[in-house]
Design a protein around this ligand. Structure first.
Ligand SMILES: *Cc1c(COP(=O)(O)O)cnc(C)c1O
Length: 399
């Protein structure tokens, strides 16, 4: 338990990574082996991850942002190209196309899932569109098939940003399995964690090979393989690469985390169902749910506050904080950030994005959240819903 809040009740965090003794032992073994950089553990993590996610190839990276960056490069995206992305996403989704000199063009999202659809992507297409990045927002699987049906005939590559997608399913398979390229995050805020870390999965051997080289300075031979011989052949660099490597320390943690994944997802889904049931009758509250085509890991459990809810989102965040509960504003909208505000990012309407980013909040959900903790969160929301806005809050809650 962390520091007690003024309420006297222990603080409830929005998220906590699920890490235990097994991860500590796995890291200690790597340290004892003397090889801590990218090596055999990373290779094993890639194999196991590809197997779990039903992907043909997996290439480990330093994080999901670098995996997205590599995905765009291997897909041949560069200067002069447009890449359709949701504005409603962590900013890395929009930054990746910017890194390769392409222009992110913002598409709106579906109000129920928070994800782009074939319709919102179609509304954002330009003559220069060469790729689309479709996000599984908060773990909610994006409806990929209609987007591919739109894009494939046009030669537009669809990349799945599955940063939050580990443990989510789409049409009976893990998310990402139906994408030519998918990028994953192992940041502690996500379902699986390696501290920092990421993965690129792909159905194409040539793209996997190129990504593997590019993540390691585009070196002709990996450092791990050169280490195997005393007299190493001279390496060469056929293009300009990057250092986007994962370490064996991280991969050792990742291997343990993969074993935990089914339990992590089962626990998250049980707690999510409890929230959904308890909040079903609260006027003005809509809860995130599984779409018709799949299941979510509930990497984020968000609620949307409609006009029937008596106070604004900012006020509810204050009320939760006063009760020792850390919630979060919903998913950000990149088009409203200074980094993109003054850039040309297309002309698609983003009204659903604006609505969701202003009215949603993410509730605490992690493996150490007890039913009693969860009941405290639910009690605050119900209490607020039952009362008119008190005078002092109207001043306090100005965003
Ligand atoms: C977290 C996140 C990222 C970035 O992941 P990192 O591993 O921190 O680089 C990218 N896209 C989405 C949708 C995310 O939620």
């Amino acid at each position: 338990m962390t520091a007690a809040e003024p309420t006297g009740l222990p603080r409830i965090d929005v998220m906590r990574p699920w890490l235990g003794e097994e991860e500590a032992v796995a890291v200690a073994e790597v340290i004892a082996s003397g090889w801590v950089a990218q090596g055999p553990r990373v290779a094993e993590f890639e194999r196991r991850f590809a197997e779990t996610q039903q992907a043909a190839y997996a290439v480990a990276t330093s994080n999901c942002t670098t995996a997205l960056h590599l995905a765009l490069i291997v897909a041949g995206i560069g200067a002069g190209d447009d890449v359709v992305v949701p504005s409603l996403s962590f900013i890395a989704t929009a930054n990746a196309p910017t890194y390769v000199g392409a222009r992110p063009v913002f598409a709106d999202v579906d109000p129920l899932t928070g994800n782009v659809t074939a319709e919102t992507v179609a509304a954002a297409l330009t003559d220069a569109t060469r790729a689309v990045i479709a996000v599984d927002q908060g773990g909610v699987p994006v409806d990929l098939d209609p987007i591919r049906a739109l894009c494939d005939p046009l030669g537009i590559v669809v990349i799945e940003d599955a940063a939050c997608g580990a443990g989510s399913t789409y049409r009976g398979r893990p998310v990402g399995a139906g994408a030519e390229l998918a990028a994953w995050s192992f940041h502690p805020r996500k379902v699986l964690t390696t501290g920092e870390g990421g993965m690129l999965t792909t159905s194409r051997a040539d793209w996997a090979d190129r990504a593997r080289k590019l993540r390691e300075h585009a070196m002709s031979q990996s450092a791990a393989s050169r280490h195997e011989t005393l007299l190493t052949p001279a390496e060469h660099y056929s293009e300009i690469g990057f250092n986007f490597r994962m370490t064996d320390l991280q991969a050792a943690v990742g291997l343990v985390q993969l074993d935990r994944l089914p339990q992590i997802v089962a626990d998250r889904r049980r707690l999510a169902a409890r929230y959904t049931e308890a909040l079903a009758e609260v006027p003005g509250v809509t809860t995130v749910a599984d779409p018709a085509w799949g299941t979510t890991s509930f990497q984020s459990y968000w609620i949307e506050l409609g006009p029937d809810f008596p106070i604004a989102r900012e006020c509810l965040l204050v009320r939760l904080a006063e009760a020792g509960i850390s919630a979060r504003r919903g998913i950000m909208a990149s088009h409203r950030q200074p980094a993109y505000e003054h850039r040309d990012t297309g002309s698609a309407s983003l009204t659903v994005t604006d609505w969701l980013t202003d009215t949603t909040l993410i509730l605490p959900l992690h493996h150490q959240l007890t039913d009693a903790d969860q009941d405290r969160v639910i009690a605050v929301i119900r209490e607020v819903a039952d009362e008119a806005m008190p005078e002092h809050l109207s001043e306090m809650c100005v965003a």
